[in-house]
Design a protein around this ligand. Sequence first.
Ligand code: KIV
Ligand code: ZN
Length: 514
Amino acid sequence: MYGQDIEILKRDYMNLSDEIYFLDTTLRDGEQTPGVALTVDEKIQIAQKLNDLGIDKIEAGFPIASNGEFEACKEIKSLDLDSTVVGLARCVKKDIDSVLDADLDYTHIFIGTSPLHRDYKLKMSKETIISNAVEAVLYAKDHGLSVEFSAEDATRTEKEFLLEFYQSVVDCGIDFINIPDTVGILTPIMTNELISFMKNNFKTPLSVHFHNDFGLATANTLTAIECGANQAHVTVNGMGERTGNCSLEELAVLLHAAYNININIDTSQLYSLSDFVGRLTGVKMPVNKPIVGDNAFAHESGIHVHGILNNSLTYEPISPELVGHNRKIILGKHTGANALKSKLTDYHINLTDEQFEKVFSQIKSLGDKGKCITDDDLKAIALTELGSARETPIKLNGLGLLCGDIVSPTATVKLEIDGVEKETSSIGVGAVDAALKAIGLLIKDTMEIELEEYNLEAINGGTDALADVFVISSDDEGNKSTGRAINDDVVMASVLAVLDSINKLLLIKRNQIN
Ligand code: KIV
Ligand code: ZN
């Protein structure tokens, strides 16, 4: 559905408002993600980036909740951003005073309205809930605040009471009605019904705040907008209580790219913002997260890569540049010849047809063994196939070990480096450590390496298990390479894996392949 079709959809089926506003609540609901706590300074940095992205309103926090929350709201307001800064408040005077003391001029006030919240949380009658809400709104309005009001758990509130409740706060002059789906129980059809009902009953601008408990937050928010909602509450990376809120990235791109709806957001900053927030909060996105996940624009299958190389729209709904992301061609068992050719061209490696076929079948067979082929692996495999790399620069000519509880573990390693045999011994914490230290000593004149990662797994259960060692090494120029070896001896597997990675690094270095 693109181009003209969308115009027909909009005209015949949707009730879209001319402009859709984004209220980002990463700093409030997003920070309620279990295990996440942001410092004032971190909140300021995120607010600045949200402002630069073009977010209309930033919910900076709940000022009454703590000194840090108060300070963050006040500091963010003092930045004089283009975005409106919002502070959360309960229907309690001291909460609203705290919003005022933080110099904010927009508050988001809430109170639970569903039977569950009335009976088990607030222990208040419907009448008391309405009178508390009315009192809070009148107080906030009297003090010059713009007010957005949420009936918490609106979607599990009786429809007649929801209507009566919102009518009472609308009559006090609230500026936005916000509908929270507090535990994410809506479906798109239910959303359509609820938002159409609200639009038919109120002229006040309508906002939605949808949680993602069943994975429908973005779909429901989009439906609300299709039915006339004027504003969406979102969070970066969809962070928030439990399974989070509607994701800023997903909604912004959908509205902009698929529906061609006018939004203020600079979509090209979405990926870097997602990455920044992921690093600050420690909540990394799964690889398959739409728009910002590592695999959002990654392709492995031969058929797909062939299409992508001819025209990226064949297997991408939008280009990665639109959101500031990168396209990745992954090598593995599904790799096609076109993908491999394109990678080799990128690395300026020219192979004959025969050499190409050998590299291609090696990639496939490594993929069949469950191995992920990194770009450095590919370079090393291709270079090995090229005449320049037919010889492995470093070979293991011998390994001797001395172990036991009455001696320091000692390893003697004999290497052939560029045709010259060298031998040395080293002690270590254990046999593996001793052998790797001896290798370090032997190659130190050839290159400096650092072992960044070392993983050991047993392939089958018993005492005769095969050891599968996977390592990542880096050199002094920042090149990294993986190495892997399987052997029935743990020390030998470790030595061979490390030599595998060192040889790859040497090949890369000597051929100056980038
Ligand atoms: O999910 C929710 O109901 C909320 C309220 C504070 C509006 O976050
Ligand atoms: Zn919420």
